[in-house]
Design a protein around this ligand. Structure first.
Ligand code: F3S
Length: 72
C-alpha cells in the first residue's frame, strides 16, 4: 500500500498554504481551494506531503500511512 493524502474538502477554506508549501502535491483551483480528495503520495515524497498537511491552518489534510490504509 501507499501513503495517501486525504483532504476534508468541507474544512478547506482556501488558504492555499498547502499549495504554497508543495504545489505538486496540493493543486488548487482559481479560488485557492485545494482540488485533491484522495491521492497516493509518490514514493519518497512522504515528507513533502506531511509538510503540506502541517501548513494547513484548518487541519483539512490528513496523511494516511500504509499500515492505516491496510485497515481500510
Ligand atoms: Fe485548503 Fe488548507 Fe490548503 S484550507 S487550500 S487545504 S492550506
Amino acid at each position: 500500500m501507499t501513503t495517501q493524502i486525504r483532504v476534508d474538502r468541507e474544512k478547506c477554506s482556501g488558504h492555499a498554504r498547502c499549495f504554497a508549501a508543495e504545489p505538486d502535491l496540493f493543486p488548487i483551483d482559481e479560488s485557492g481551494f485545494v482540488t485533491v480528495d484522495v491521492a497516493d503520495v509518490p514514493a519518497g515524497q512522504e515528507h513533502r506531503a506531511k509538510a503540506g498537511a502541517l501548513a494547513c491552518p484548518e487541519g483539512a489534510i490528513t496523511i494516511v500511512e500504509p499500515a492505516e490504509t491496510d485497515l481500510g
